[in-house]
Design a protein around this ligand. Structure first.
Ligand code: COA
Length: 415
């Protein structure tokens, strides 16, 4: 059975961060009712369109398994319906600009008054403090949460990463907070306010870099290749290129075909326990016991040269051959897989992590399914709703409005 069956989510989210959260809840079986402005809808429906007049992939890939109701929550007739939705739902989720829901007349106090059991969950760019009123998008969060300052090469500018750790990452954090609050409600009987700030979410994902910031006070970060190259550290955790974030040195190395294929690379980790195996495959058996090479500590000051030597070997194999040779020897490594390769990987299709979805207006497209698998509660990915596709059904079946009342709401422009 679906794990969150029976839980109703009043989904006021838009763009990426909030929709990621409510999509996860929907995949786990919650009834997610997405509220959108009549005639407008979530702005992403129209952004980055690949087919004219058809909901974009940006929208469809973030709004599976939801129902869409149009509602103008700034009109009195719309507010009356919104109050009924608050009464009916278990969770309200929103990621509007700071204060937007209060400006509509729905403060946390008012929402609690309407339904003391409701959980009110929000994503904002920043928590309380100097930036709390700012609007925030993905890369702003990556930059203000510590990711950009620690991503890229030491001698280059800060870089943002392709993984949407600000938006989708914060959506994941919020989903965890909501499920926790739902669990707490089973004993307290009360809802509570759940907030997740994007800056905080990114920082949480960058906690190993805050670890290194504090280690800097006690000397150089020896496992950073910068240390081996004799380059002094500054006051803050530096950008470390492709250095591993942990205690086992790693780097991205060229593989056969790298001259023409931008993804012909492998991540290679020189794990201490299998150093002998690494030496054997690259044809340097003498390094196993050689002074200056035998222990991880001795190798640190020549780690870049060691990776150069390993790369001479990886350049003779394609990235999959490297993996096939290294895996049986317990040498951890990973080919750099392109989006094209991932979209074609059969095992991801088999587990439902990549799914093909059929949409009435755009036809078939690929999406990422639920990456979290529950043994008794499989997630079936259903296409995203068209704008207002479920308005009548939600007003009638969920809220119990009569046909006349629905007609009146429509003629008032509230839905
Ligand atoms: N009926 C009537 N009005 C509605 C409505 C509805 N169903 N849904 C939204 N609105 C209104 C809002 O109340 C707001 O009005 P106001 O400005 O008078 O208060 C207006 O639409 C615009 O909402 P807003 O959230 O300000 O959208 P935006 O496009 O200007 O900003 C973000 C977008 C993402 C920058 C902003 O929402 C934000 O900072 N959100 C929090 C952080 C976040 O999640 N960022 C990442 C997004 S992926």
């Amino acid at each position: 059975m679906e794990a969150l069956k029976g839980i109703k989510i009043l989904d006021m989210t838009h763009v990426q961060s909030g929709p990621t959260c409510t999509q996860l809840l929907a995949w786990f079986g919650a009834d997610v009712i997405k509220v959108e402005r009549p005639g407008v809808g979530d702005a992403t429906r129209g952004q980055l369109r690949d087919i004219p007049d058809v909901d974009s992939l940006y929208f469809t890939m973030l709004n599976h398994n939801k129902r869409s109701v149009t509602l103008n929550t700034k009109k009195d007739e719309g507010k009356a319906i919104f109050i009924k939705l608050i009464e009916t739902c278990d969770v309200l989720v929103e990621n509007f600009a700071p204060g937007a829901l209060d400006r509509m007349g729905f403060s946390w106090e008012r929402i609690q008054e309407i339904n003391p059991r409701i959980i009110y969950a929000s994503i904002k760019g920043f928590g309380p403090g100097p930036y709390e009123d700012c609007k925030v998008y993905e890369n702003v969060a990556q930059c203000t949460g510590g990711s950009a300052s620690t991503t890229g090469f030491r001698d280059g500018p800060p870089l943002v990463t392709g993984a949407q750790i600000g938006d989708s990452g914060t959506g994941l954090h919020l989903a965890f907070g909501i499920v926790t609050a739902l669990f707490h409600r089973t004993t307290s009987g009360k809802g509570q306010r759940v907030t997740a700030a994007m800056q905080d979410g990114v920082l949480n994902l960058c906690r190993v870099k805050l670890r290194d910031q504090q280690r800097l006070a006690h000397g150089p970060l020896n496992e950073y290749s910068q240390a081996g190259q004799g380059i002094p550290f500054g006051e803050a955790t530096p950008r470390a290129g492709n250095d591993s974030g942990g205690g086992q040195p790693g780097w991205i190395l060229k593989c056969k075909g790298w001259e023409n294929d931008p993804d012909a690379y492998v991540y290679f980790i020189t794990q201490a326990a299998v150093w002998g195996n690494v030496c054997d495959i690259i044809g340097k058996p003498e390094w196993k016991e050689a002074p200056g090479y035998a222990t991880p500590a001795e190798r640190l000051d020549k780690i870049s040269a060691i990776f150069d030597a390993i790369e001479e070997w990886t350049k003779t194999k394609d990235k999959f051959e490297v993996m096939e040779i290294c895996n049986p020897l317990n040498i951890p490594c990973g080919p750099i897989l392109s989006m094209k390769e991932l979209s074609e990987q059969q095992s991801l299709r088999d587990t439902g992590t990549i799914v093909e979805v059929d949409h009435p207006e755009r036809g078939k497209y690929l999406s990422v399914g639920n990456p979290v698998k529950l043994s008794d509660s499989p997630s079936d990915v259903k296409r995203s709703p068209l704008l207002g596709e479920h308005t009548d059904e939600i007003l009638g079946e969920v809220l119990g409005l009569s046909t006349e009342e629905i007609k009146a709401a429509k003629s008032a422009g509230a839905v």
